[in-house]
Design a protein around this ligand. Structure first.
Ligand code: HEC
Length: 114
């Protein structure tokens, strides 16, 4: 019995840490999507973020990434498959986009607090 435990206990202690859940994978992908991380422009939870403020012809302007944690999947998917102003072009697979979408769905309703 004691010998059996010697084999089983390490599985519980270390076995689990070598696997990541789909949500952990998704949150890592959000920060490192083979290119600049989405969080730099859309905030840690996809709640939107001001990237820069500047003055143009005496008027204060803002360059910001919109909130992306409340979009439906088609809008999200299409936005990532065409060029948009200020938004980098990524080459992510459908599975990767589904993972990112899962992460953002988990953060639905989180707002940008300034
Ligand atoms: C350099 C800053 C930047 C980064 C990094 C970035 N985005 Fe964006 N994103 C933008 C800006 C700016 C817009 C708004 C573009 C427009 O209005 O045409 C945008 C638009 C979007 C939209 C469309 C929103 C809508 O309401 O239609 C989605 C979806 C999106 N980004 C997802 C992502 C994801 C996912 C990542 C990471 C893989 C990412 N973005 C990385 C700046 C960025």
């Amino acid at each position: 019995m004691r010998y059996l435990l010697l084999f089983i206990v390490p599985i519980f202690l270390f076995g689990e840490t070598t696997f990541i859940t789909p949500l952990e994978y998704a949150s890592q992908l959000y920060k490192n999507p083979r290119g600049i991380g989405c969080h730099h422009c859309h905030g840690d939870k996809g709640e939107g973020k001001v990237i820069a403020r500047y003055i143009e012809e005496g008027v204060e302007k803002e360059f910001s990434g919109p909130a992306i944690n409340e979009l439906n999947f088609n809008i999200f998917y299409n936005a990532l498959n065409k060029r948009k102003n200020g938004m980098p072009r990524y080459f992510l697979t459908k599975k990767e986009l589904q993972a990112l979408y899962l992460y953002l769905q988990e953060n639905k309703g989180k707002k940008n607090v300034k």
